[in-house]
Write a protein that binds this ligand. Structure first.
Ligand code: RAM
Length: 342
């Protein structure tokens, strides 16, 4: 069993998980592209990869909670498809509205850069979270965990679950996603260096769309009859793959792991389709990203070396690359999954 590295941030993960339980109980979060006014001065617009993904609903709820704390107007807008340019028109609108800050998870490292630079040119602070752009297109990237940590967690999980030998496939999000592509490159390197008997036969793309991910899972299982495992580094992909596996002849025979939300994966952990998977707390990620936006917009922080306050999560520093790190990935399994509600 992969065991998480202990550091100061782990406490924050546990605390935030408890908070997520409370928030869920209170019906927190708006989602669905609704705008909500919280009455303060700063206007912060969240732009996820796409709408309709529970992961982003949760990060959105964290962002909204933070904006409620520091006082401001929160909005969430976004496309229905996680494609490279689908976010451009939303960025242009935010620039026209001259919002104080835009908090975006990028579908492509380059495709939204012109629009972001224009927004920046009219004074909008640009925070990327979850999935970065090229560094020169944003002020700060709020990273959920190091790419190395996320990659290692997934390689450890899948290789343990298949006895460190045999064929595996990756079911990713969209082909251009900055975050998944970075993790997959590091996973390939880890596999090559440390798992010589494991063969990665294909990286398939479900586009962070439930049906496409479901169909791609079926295709992988048909194409590779000896497949021993699937790693899906996307909450949409792993949930769709689990749904497919759970009613198929492959249940319990082909391992599935990757990055999922506890609420989407619970039934598949309980029915034996999935042994363990990883993630961070998306609510904390959105909360921290909103506080980073606040820090930039108010001048509390302006770039590398500066620190800022992020409410219940404490103080964070912007590193030399303009990155703020939330913490470590966390592994969920049958023993702990009922402690989480997001
Ligand atoms: C999906 C998205 C998101 C990613 C998670 C793990 O929700 O692709 O960007 O961070 O999965």
């Amino acid at each position: 069993m992969f065991s998480m590295r202990r550091n100061a941030r782990i406490g924050a993960v546990a605390t935030a998980a408890a908070t997520a339980l409370l928030l869920a109980a209170c019906g927190g979060g708006s989602g669905g592209g609704e705008d909500t006014a919280d009455g303060g001065d700063l206007s912060v617009t969240f732009l996820p990869k796409n709408l309709g993904n529970p992961y982003f609903d949760t990060s959105n709820a964290g962002g909204e909670a933070a904006v409620g704390e520091f006082g401001g107007t929160f909005a969430e807008v976004g496309p229905t498809e996680a494609s490279p340019t689908s976010q451009v028109s939303f960025i242009e609108t935010a620039a026209q509205q001259a919002v104080d800050a835009l908090v975006v998870s990028a579908n492509d490292p380059e495709a939204i850069c012109d629009a972001l630079n224009e927004a920046s040119g009219v004074g909008v602070k640009i925070v990327t979270f979850d999935s970065d752009t090229n560094p020169d297109c944003r002020d700060v990237f709020v990273n959920q965990a190091t790419a190395e940590g996320i990659a290692t967690a997934q390689v450890d999980l899948i290789t343990e679950q298949i006895g460190d030998e045999g064929q595996i496939a990756v079911l990713s999000a969209s082909a251009n996603a900055t975050n998944q592509n970075a993790w997959i490159e590091l996973m390939k390197a880890d596999l090559a260096a440390n798992h010589p008997d494991v063969e990665l036969v294909e990286v398939a793309y479900g586009d962070d769309d439930d049906q496409t991910s479901f169909d791609k899972t079926a295709a992988l299982l048909q194409t590779y009859p000896d497949l021993k495992g699937i790693v899906s580094p996307t909450t949409v992909g792993i949930a769709a793959a689990a749904r497919y596996l759970s009613t198929s002849e492959y249940q319990g025979k082909v391992a599935l792991t990757g990055l999922g939300t506890p609420n989407q994966m619970r039934e598949y952990v309980k029915d034996g389709t999935v042994e363990a998977f990883a993630l961070w707390n998306p609510e904390d990620l959105g909360y921290l990203a909103a506080y980073a936006a606040n820090a930039l917009a108010t001048g509390e922080a302006s770039g590398p070396g500066d620190s800022f306050e992020a409410g219940k999560l404490g103080t964070f520093e912007i590193d030399d690359d303009g990155v703020v790190l939330l913490g470590d990935p966390y592994v969920f399994d049958a023993d702990n999954i009922d402690n989480f509600d997001f």
